[in-house]
Design a protein around this ligand. Structure first.
Ligand SMILES: N[C@@H](CCC(=O)N[C@@H](CS)C(=O)NCC(=O)O)C(=O)O
Length: 214
């Protein structure tokens, strides 16, 4: 396969990049990773060169560019090693897991605006009623999947899947801003924090602080 290179925003803030990176890493596909600072003078020229939507993440495969986190996650699922399927093997479970990922990808605008991902956040925030409705919906989704699939493993659909990748930044938002969530959802959030990919992303984010943020 041609060289695969993932372009991401700085790890502290780039929630969409985290999703794609987690899926690619879990897939076992070999790839290199290049970070482009968000909100820097070099951002626009750098992403313009990649084509696509001029947002991050973007995946370069030889001369092709795949933009959009969910498309990159699907690429990772198609190329994943058999030992690491990124969707449930059961077709009905797979359809439901895809609905979870799609709802996250397309929705929750108030949560995104009012609780932006910031890996250094350690505070509380007042949120609107609309945002609370979104928090409640996410917790309902998590509880339903966790309760049905607990016998298969600790993630939403048992084994780690793209559904978990899509909700990964929400975990950082809930924990970073002290959003009160029930015990089952809190246990899931801590399971995700303990995932080796999440741990590595956080470590690399801490390393980015030492670089010059223009
Ligand atoms: N729907 C896109 C959203 C990508 C996106 O908004 N990325 C942010 C960084 S996390 C970005 O590039 N922001 C810069 C901008 O909008 O100019 C995806 O799923 O990849």
């Amino acid at each position: 396969m041609a060289d695969v290179e993932l372009f991401i925003g700085n790890r502290r803030y780039s929630s969409w990049s985290l999703r794609a990176w987690l899926a690619l890493r879990a897939s076992g596909v070999s790839f290199s990773c290049t970070m482009i600072w968000l909100d820097s003078p070099s951002f626009i020229p750098s992403v313009a060169e990649l084509g696509g939507s001029q947002r991050l993440p973007a995946l370069r495969i030889g001369e092709h560019t795949v933009w959009d986190s969910l498309a990159i996650c699907e690429f990772a699922a198609e190329r994943s090693i058999p030992a690491a399927p990124l969707w449930p093997s059961d077709p009905l479970q797979r359809a439901v897991a895809r609905a979870y990922a799609a709802e996250m990808h397309a929705g929750f605008p108030n949560l995104r605006r009012e609780l932006p991902m910031d890996l250094d956040a350690n505070t509380t925030r007042e949120i609107s009623t609309e945002c609370w409705h979104e928090v409640t919906r996410i917790c309902e989704l998590w509880r339903a999947a966790l309760a049905s699939n607990a016998h298969l493993g600790p993630y939403l659909f048992g084994q780690f899947s793209i559904a978990d990748c899509m909700f990964a930044p929400v975990i950082e938002r809930f924990l970073g801003y002290g959003v009160p969530i029930d015990a089952l959802c809190a246990a899931y959030a801590h399971t995700m924090r303990g995932h080796e990919g999440m741990a590595k992303w956080r470590l690399e984010a801490a390393g980015e602080h030492a670089l010059t943020d223009p």
